[in-house]
Design a protein around this ligand. Structure first.
Ligand SMILES: [Zn+2]
Length: 148
């Protein structure tokens, strides 16, 4: 803590209060549709909205402490590439957006920033929550289809 160059962000508690509110409302109105909306919102929250830290493992072996928003996202471009790569491998495929051709000639350095060994190591919490949110998304979609 202390005076890092960290921007002030809303507390995660705020989000959880919102989810609790939806859960209570869903229970109160006995509405599974409302519960479904809550679940969808939670998945979205975990994927792209949660105030978290980047946590990409660097070559030096510690995880990046820069703030990031959403478990799918990292602090900056190089880390983002590592993270997307890891997420794609989590679902069992290579990143379809990642070109397997020669290095980008426009980039600044000719240095390989990431060694293959450390590629795509996500923190376990992030991995778990991404999987949970993915499952939640499946449940939401199934519920929507069922609801029609
Ligand atoms: Zn980072």
């Amino acid at each position: 803590m202390g005076r890092r160059r960290r921007r002030r962000r809303e507390s995660a508690l705020l989000w959880w209060a919102l989810f609790a509110g939806i859960a209570v409302a869903a229970w109160w109105f006995r509405s599974w549709r409302l519960a479904l909306v809550g679940l969808a919102l939670w998945c979205l929250y975990e994927f792209v909205l949660v105030p978290t830290v980047c946590r990409v493992m660097t070559r030096q072996g510690y995880s990046c402490r820069e703030p990031a928003r959403g478990r799918l996202f990292a602090c900056a471009e190089p880390h983002q590439r590592i993270k997307s790569d890891a997420v794609w491998r989590l679902v069992g495929m290579g990143d379809p957006f990642r070109k397997k051709t020669a290095p980008d000639p426009n980039r600044d350095t000719g240095v390989v920033l990431v060694s293959p060994k450390v590629r795509g190591r996500l923190a376990q919490t992030d991995m778990l929550l991404i999987v949970l949110a993915a499952l939640g998304t499946v449940v939401t979609l199934a519920g929507m289809v069922y609801g029609l």
